[in-house]
Design a binder for this molecule. Structure first.
Ligand code: NAP
Length: 453
């Protein structure tokens, strides 16, 4: 039987980000004999902890110690630079592993679907985040930081991160692990005004209190929000009841000045009840048209509806920050509408039937919501299903042959956890001279050159 001393369960995890690491943790905590191979297309583990969490939020990054402990289990292996669907197929994984856990996250972004969105100067916030965090996919991007004004669409924590990175002084960014290239580009930035635009009101804003509070504490950037937005309707008042996050947000926003009279070198204007309808410009962004909204619906389910009034902001740069989007993995069922892998508590479904031995966790299971820690109960739930199904799982036909050896024989440069430990130590060493927590490798080639030197 699988999961016994004589036949340890062999599990492949696709994606060594937070949800993959929590899935591995839950498997080890079950005390069942298990061997885990975690694959990642990047040469480095921990996914959004490295490429998404803001470089100036180092405290949040300390959760890597938890993941390190999971990875230190001798029955855990990391195989980086392996793309499932390209280097290895799902069929191959099914042949070699008794169970597969898909934790590949949400790799793309949602679009606004408005005219002008593809103009030069209009970008997904996620691209900018990847760029300043050293994600290899985004290093060739050239954002127009020579702009004077920028519009950020959406008011989630990603929008706040982007706002803060654009607003911080070099000194403030100096202790972060933002890449040297991003630091240099931001040094030359001429941005003076950052418009942070939400389609609903302050009560419905997606950001959290610590994040919005930080915008009021910047060295060279002030913030304002027109006081009329804080004049709450009865529906908003009732929505506030029992909603601590919204209460705190409103309290913090109420403490912000209502105009720009005390503006610093840079200034953030927080707008509410405005939706973008068009990005203007012939070959590059020159402005954005915003439609004014009013809220309609029951408290807790209020939706933005246009009042018919519009305004135009002169901006040369637009970041849409309206959420991440999951991408289909070849060989794994996918719900095109919700952009997630269809599942029942983590058991992957094909139509109404569970796919034998296939599970899913994290953003590709539930959509792009929650903080890193939200993935722990999420992955634990999926692994509980796997453990419940253990008796019914069939041993993989090629479970006794090593897929990694096959991969290496075919010329793939697989990055192991030992390699990662060397990369990690070198990044920390390179950061030390600049007073930074680390200076990241930003390309696969640089990683390989270092490892082979
Ligand atoms: P998010 O929290 O879901 O926020 C998305 C924002 O986009 C909302 O303000 C939403 O407004 C708006 N939006 C969506 N569609 C829109 C449209 N068509 N037009 C205008 N606005 C639109 O997403 P996120 O910021 O990408 O963050 C993803 C997750 O990561 C969140 O759970 C977030 O908390 C987490 N995260 C956490 C941190 C942190 O802890 N510091 C940092 C970064 C990210 P509506 O509310 O009206 O839909």
């Amino acid at each position: 039987m699988l999961g016994t001393e004589s036949q340890p369960l062999k599990v492949a995890i696709i994606g060594a980000g937070p949800s993959g690491m929590y899935a591995a943790d839950a498997l080890f905590k079950s005390k069942k004999p298990v061997e885990i191979h975690a694959f990642d297309r990047l040469p480095t583990p921990y996914g959004l902890l490295r490429g998404g969490v803001a470089p100036d939020h180092q405290r949040m990054k300390s959760v890597s110690k938890y993941y390190d402990r999971v990875a230190s289990n001798p029955l855990f292996s990391f195989f980086g630079n392996v793309t499932i669907g390209k280097d290895v197929t799902i069929e191959q994984l099914k042949d070699h592993y008794d169970a597969i856990v898909v934790t590949c996250g949400a790799e793309s972004d949602r679009a606004l679907n408005i005219p002008g969105e593809t103009l030069a100067g209009s970008y997904a916030a996620t691209e900018f985040v990847g760029w300043y965090n050293g994600h290899p996919d985004y290093q060739s991007r050239d954002f127009n930081l020579g702009a004077k004004s920028v519009a950020i669409i959406g008011q989630g924590n990603v929008a706040i991160d982007v706002t803060r990175i654009l607003a911080k002084s070099q000194e403030e960014l100096g202790t972060s692990d933002i890449t040297a290239a991003a630091m240099a580009a931001l040094k030359d930035s001429t941005i003076e005004t950052i418009h942070l635009i939400g389609r609903r009101g302050p009560v419905q804003a997606a950001f959290t209190q610590l994040e919005i509070k930080e915008l009021g504490e910047l060295a060279e950037c002030s913030v304002s929000v027109e006081s009329r937005y804080l004049d709450l309707s009865p529906a908003d008042q009732s929505e506030l009841e029992g909603n601590n996050k919204a209460k705190k947000n409103v309290e913090i926003l109420s403490g912000f000045p209502s105009d720009e009279s005390n503006r610093k070198a840079k200034h953030i204007v927080v707008h509410f009840l405005k939706s973008p309808v068009e990005i203007l410009g012939s070959d590059k962004v020159e402005g954005i048209v915003l439609e004014h909204n009013q809220l309609q619906g029951e408290p807790g389910a209020q939706k933005a509806r246009s009042t018919g009034k519009t305004e135009t902001l002169d901006v040369e740069l637009v970041f849409r920050s309206v959420g991440y989007r999951g991408v289909a993995l070849p060989g794994v069922p996918f719900d095109e509408k919700r952009c997630v892998v269809p599942n029942d508590k983590g058991r992957v479904l094909d139509g109404n039937s569970p796919v034998a031995g296939m599970y899913v966790g994290g953003w590709i299971k539930r959509g792009p919501s929650g903080v890193l820690g939200t993935n722990k109960p999420d992955s634990t739930e999926s692994i509980a299903c796997l453990l419940e199904d253990l008796d019914a799982l069939q041993p993989a036909p090629k479970r006794d042959t090593c897929l990694i050896t096959e991969l290496k024989t075919n010329g793939s440069r697989v990055i192991t956890f030992d390699d990662w430990e060397k990369i990690n130590a070198e990044e920390i060493r390179r950061g030390e001279s600049a007073g930074k927590p680390r200076e990241k490798f930003t390309s696969l080639e640089a990683v390989i050159d270092f490892l082979d030197a």
